[in-house]
Design a protein around this ligand. Structure first.
Ligand code: LER
Ligand code: MN
Length: 272
């Protein structure tokens, strides 16, 4: 398993669960200094990821790109893959596809989280799931064109009611989206929704694509009451070799959250 830390470039997301906030140069320098393998970037749009510049920056710091978030599509542009307005759905797919392409050019996958929307728009749940399936199928195949998976993230009930549990999401992807769309398991959301985090991870098997490594209070792991031991056992049992990525509140500050995150990752990854 590999380690990553989040960098947000989206000012509208201030107060959100991202570790570094002061630009890519600063985030990459700090991530490298602390020994992370990679960064996960939350950009306002594809224009924030010019391939040659980002490649140079990552190479200079010896970092990989773990993933790119598409949440700005919602927080900045109010685009959702399941919006009742067909024009907004089309623009949502276009925006997500543009980030899938930008990430893919850099050899990384993209994440669909808040762009999935919610079942609150006066249409049936079945209709929302139909639109979500359509969107994920198309975007999953765009990701495949770049040789990358696409990550779909179930969110907790206070953020979305589309899929809140890992198993339900995995079954939906299996039936509607094909093998290239993987589940992103965010331990903070799971703590709210799952009966057993370890069982949920175990049941994902090869459908698990990425992990947001966060404690129960959305602070760095070790600053809440998460018990990572059974989770690491589950991840090992399913042969997970992807990232543990710190998507947590910058508390007590960015550096403190990043340091605690990487120390907890190292501790648990190296535990036999
Ligand atoms: C939001 O709560 C979250 O977990 C992000 O990774 C998705 O946009
Ligand atoms: Mn997350």
């Amino acid at each position: 398993m590999k380690t990553a830390v989040t960098i947000s470039l989206v000012t509208e997301a201030r107060g959100g669960p991202f570790v570094f906030w002061d630009g890519l140069e600063d985030g990459c320098a700090q991530a490298a200094r602390l020994g992370f393998d990679a960064v996960e970037i939350f950009p306002p749009g594809p224009e924030a990821l010019p391939a040659a510049e980002i490649r140079e920056l990552l190479d200079r710091h010896g970092l990989a790109l773990a993933a790119v978030g598409t949440g700005a599509g919602w927080v900045k542009h109010k685009l959702r893959l399941t919006d009742p307005d067909a024009g907004i759905r089309a623009r949502a797919r276009e925006f997500a596809a543009s980030l899938i392409a930008a990430a893919g050019t850099l050899g990384a996958p993209a994440i669909i989280g808040s762009m999935q929307g919610r079942c609150d728009s006066g249409v049936t749940r079945a209709q929302v799931l139909d639109w979500l399936g359509e969107g994920l199928r198309e975007l999953g195949s765009r990701a495949a064109d770049h040789g990358q998976p696409l990550f779909y993230e179930p969110l907790n009930r206070y953020e979305s009611d589309v899929f809140t549990r890992q198993g339900d999401a995995a079954q939906f992807l299996q039936e509607q989206a094909g093998d290239n769309v993987k589940v992103l398991a965010d331990l903070f959301h799971m703590n709210i929704e799952e009966q057993s985090l370890a069982e949920a991870l175990r049941s994902l098997g090869s459908r698990l694509g990425h992990v947001h490594w966060a404690d129960t209070n959305r602070r760095a792991v070790g600053f809440g009451h998460l018990d990572p031991a059974p989770l690491l056992a589950a991840l090992r049992a399913i042969g997970y070799s992807g990232y543990l990525s710190a998507e947590v509140l910058p508390l007590p500050d960015s550096l403190g959250a990043a340091r605690q995150s990487v120390e907890s990752m190292r501790h648990w990854i190296n535990q036999s």
